[in-house]
Every structure is written in structure tokens, then in C-alpha cells.
Ligand binder design. Structure first.
Ligand code: ADP
Ligand code: MG
Length: 264
């Protein structure tokens, strides 16, 4: 490593670890230290590199714990060939995480089992690895928590909580209707995050039928208006991966029965 790069590395490590004063000291003494004791500077760099690595791991673990993911899914485990109804290029663009920087939203629309949650969690994991705070909830849970918070006088805290993460994953909108208080709580979360932080929403319902989810077309339009202003809509047209796997297993069993390797 050249003298300059040791110096840059050292500064980088110290600033990552939040040791601003030490970074200043390194800046003023490094010339002397490097001249008189080059091995000392190299040693300091290695020592701090270790500390950075373990801090990085600890912070990653903390962000993962905070995210409340129901399960870890990786985009690298998603079989795009098995789901030709998905725009792979669009997923790859989302995987750059530019949408989080732009505070834009993502809507994943498709029937049950097509891989919406898998893609949402896969993108979420990348965001956590990149250092963003991510939080996973289902739409029904979010509405229920807001409602409870209102009853218990914790509305403002709960709103702040849902506003905090850089990416809020809101899964399964549309399986259960969100009417009245639930719709209005959902609206408030969306409105507060608008142009402030990204929402990644998955739904089994086409956007045209959202007034049925909220049982109120005015609320549905107000929510959609904010969600869609800066958004990528990814429709997944295809068969359920679960059903497909199930059918394949069934076919294997049938083949086995016909060939006499499995007895009924
Ligand atoms: P959805 O949220 O759309 O109902 P999921 O993402 O939960 O569907 O997918 C159902 C199951 O099938 C999950 O275990 C998921 O990991 C898996 N799965 C779905 N699509 C794929 C795919 N193309 N490649 C690999 N696994 C998939
Ligand atoms: Mg799902």
C-alpha cells in the first residue's frame, strides 16, 4: 500500500467509527509517523480495519433484527426463468437501490404465489446490506398497530416510527379490506412518507380495484396519488410458484406410481 492510501484508509476507518478527533490527529501526525515509523502506521491501519469490519457486522446484524423480516430471501435465489412474467431488467434497476435515494416507491402487483414477497425481501436485504434502515410489515398489521396506538394515546410516536426507516416494506395489501379507521391510518403513513422515504408495497389487487380494498374511492385515490407520483410499478404476470412446485411434485409422484417405483 502506498503512503497516501494508508493515510486515506486510516482516515476512512476513523470516520466510519465516528472517531473524528483521532482522524484530525492522524492528519497532523501522519507525515512524521510515516517517516519515522512506517510499520507503526501500517499496524494502526490494520488494527482499525479489524475494528471497522466487526463494527460493520454488528451494525448489519442490528439493522436485520430491526427490520422484522419474516424470513430472509435473497434476490440471487430468485429463479427468473421460472417466472417469465416478470421484467427482470426492472428488478435489476431496483436492485441498484437508486429508488431509495430518490425516496421513490415500488408497487409489486400480482396474484398469490408469483414471488412478490420474495422480491420485496430480496430488495430489502440489499438495502440493509447497503446500510439503510428497512422495516417490514403487512398492510393489515400496520393498520392494526396504528389503530391500537390511537386508542392508547401513542399515535404520534407510532407515526414517527413508521416514518423512520429509509424503506418501509408493506406486504399483502388487499388480502383483507382496510376500511374506515384502518384506511385512514394507512393513508396517514403514506402521506407522511411521501417524498420523505420509500415504500415498497405488494398487492394481489390491480390498481384499478383499490377502491374495493379501502371501501372508499376518495381515500383510495388520495393514497394512490401519493404512492404513484414517484413510483415503479412492477406487475408480475404468471403462475404461482408454490402451485407450480406443488404440481411438479404431484407429477413426480404420478410418474413414480405409473412406473411402479412408488406404491399407492
Ligand atoms: P407472493 O408473495 O407473490 O404470494 P412469495 O414471494 O411468497 O409469493 O412466493 C411463494 C414461495 O415461492 C416463496 O417461498 C418464494 O421464495 C418462492 N418463489 C416464488 N417465486 C420464485 C422464483 N421465481 N424463484 C424462486 N423461488 C420463488
Ligand atoms: Mg406474499
Amino acid at each position: 500500500m502506498t503512503k497516501d492510501s494508508v493515510y486515506q484508509q486510516l482516515r476512512g476507518h476513523l470516520s466510519y467509527l465516528g472517531l473524528q478527533r483521532a482522524a484530525e490527529v492522524v492528519a497532523s501526525h501522519l507525515e512524521d509517523a510515516q517517516r519515522d515509523h512506517p510499520s507503526f502506521t501500517a499496524f494502526l491501519e490494520r488494527l482499525l480495519a479489524e475494528e471497522v469490519e466487526s463494527t460493520e457486522k454488528r451494525r448489519l446484524k442490528g439493522r436485520l433484527r430491526f427490520s422484522h423480516f419474516p424470513v430472509v430471501k435473497r434476490l440471487t435465489d430468485f429463479d427468473f426463468d421460472a417466472q417469465p412474467g416478470i421484467d427482470r431488467q426492472m428488478v435489476e434497476e431496483l436492485a441498484t437501490l437508486r429508488f431509495i435515494e430518490e425516496k421513490a416507491n415500488v408497487l409489486l402487483v400480482g396474484r398469490p404465489g408469483v414471488g412478490k414477497t420474495h422480491i420485496a425481501l430480496g430488495l430489502g436485504y440489499l438495502a440493509i446490506e447497503a446500510g439503510y434502515r428497512v422495516y417490514y410489515t403487512t398492510a393489515a398489521d400496520l393498520a392494526a398497530r396504528c389503530r391500537r396506538a390511537a386508542l392508547e394515546g401513542r399515535w404520534a410516536t407510532t407515526m414517527r416510527f413508521f416514518n423512520g426507516p429509509s424503506l418501509l416494506i408493506c406486504d399483502e395489501l388487499g388480502y383483507l379490506p382496510l376500511a374506515g379507521d384502518a384506511a385512514s391510518a394507512f393513508f396517514q403513513v403514506v402521506a407522511r412518507r411521501y417524498e420523505h422515504g420509500s415504500i415498497l408495497l405488494t398487492t394481489n389487487r390491480s390498481i384499478a380495484s383499490w377502491s374495493e380494498i379501502f371501501e372508499d374511492s376518495v381515500v383510495a385515490v388520495a393514497i394512490l396519488d401519493r404512492l404513484l407520483h414517484h413510483a415503479t410499478v412492477l406487475s408480475i404476470d404468471g403462475d404461482s410458484y408454490r402451485m407450480r412446485a406443488h404440481r411438479e411434485r404431484l407429477a413426480e409422484v404420478r410418474k413414480g406410481v405409473v412406473a411402479g417405483t412408488i406404491s399407492e
